[in-house]
Design a protein around this ligand. Structure first.
Ligand SMILES: NC(=O)c1ccc[n+]([C@@H]2O[C@H](COP(=O)([O-])OP(=O)(O)OC[C@H]3O[C@@H](n4cnc5c(N)ncnc54)[C@H](O)[C@@H]3O)[C@@H](O)[C@H]2O)c1
Length: 257
């Protein structure tokens, strides 16, 4: 389904980035995975490349740093021979309360999650314009739609990702570049870490438990089964008339807002 597509996946060392990268290579694409976590990133890419039928390699990136993004994307585009798709799950999540969130936490969250989205999208746009079009898939969150007492900076940053996604789609549509954001609820290392550090009260307040109508025997979705096929669709030409949208892939969680 993705034969001939040239794709960059950020945050590819684990979680939804890993599931996305594997699915793209399985669908025949030529992929470069990127992350700050190099050992895991290399290992995920090597395994996917060996499994085929597409191709895959790995490059280090820190999405919050302009020079790193420029250097890594330039190298990746050289390897791929152009760029058609950017899947951008790379992000961090930290706990913070609105009453006392520190400037350091706020800056870190906005640097990686918001500036990282702007920097990766902007350079992807430059290369996709040369390719005659493309698809950028960002990652928002239900946290950017609802009050999030246990993660104030994360929530504000995801709200900014939603706004950016709409604005970029409006700006780049004329170049045949679509920009959407997935709002997932998937069982990944980020999810388990957040659940682990939360109190029972916060778990209930965050609606993590019993908040997913289609639970399929688990609380959150399986990235390989429940997210990866959607990522393939948004990388493919089948989604060519969808842009500027926030797409929940969450078993109905946002429907309860
Ligand atoms: N897991 C969920 O249910 C959930 C819910 C809502 C939104 N999200 C969003 O979905 C996306 C994927 O989440 P996940 O659960 O797979 O997370 P994860 O923590 O499991 O994986 C994130 C990856 O991003 C990488 N990363 C972090 N900082 C980076 C940086 N500066 N540069 C490059 N790579 C960096 C990490 O090393 C990691 O490999 C994120 O944007 C997250 O905010 C997740």
């Amino acid at each position: 389904m993705l034969e001939g597509k040239r794709i960059i996946v950020t945050g590819s060392a684990r979680g939804m980035g890993e599931a996305t990268l594997k699915a793209y290579v399985e669908a025949g694409a030529n992929v470069v995975g990127m992350d700050v976590s190099d050992e895991a990133g290399e290992s995920v890419s090597n395994k996917a490349n060996n499994a085929g039928p597409g191709k895959c390699s790995y490059i280090h990136v820190d999405v919050s740093k302009k020079s790193s993004v420029e250097e890594s994307f330039t190298k990746a585009v050289e390897i791929l021979g152009g760029l058609d798709v950017l899947a951008h799950p790379a992000a961090i999540q930290r706990a913070s309360n609105a009453s006392d969130v520190s400037v350091e936490d706020w800056d870190l969250m906005f640097s990686i999650n918001v500036k990282g989205t702007m920097l990766t999208n902007q350079i992807a746009y430059k290369y996709m314009k040369k390719s005659g079009g493309g698809s950028i898939i960002n990652f928002g969150s239900i946290s950017g739609l609802r009050p999030e007492p246990s993660a104030s900076a994360y929530s504000a940053a995801k709200g900014a990702v939603h706004s950016w996604t709409r604005t970029a789609s409006g700006t780049w549509g004329k170049d045949n570049i679509r920009v959407n954001a997935i709002l997932p609820a998937m069982a990944t290392p980020m999810y388990y870490a957040a659940r682990e550090r939360s109190t029972e009260e916060e778990n209930i307040a965050s609606h993590w438990r019993n908040s997913v109508p289609i639970s399929l025997g688990q609380e959150y979705g399986d990235p390989d089964r429940d997210l990866a096929p959607v990522m393939v669709f948004f990388a493919s030409d089948s989604s060519r008339f969808i842009t500027g949208q926030l797409i929940p892939v969450d078993g109905g969680q946002t429907a309860g807002l």
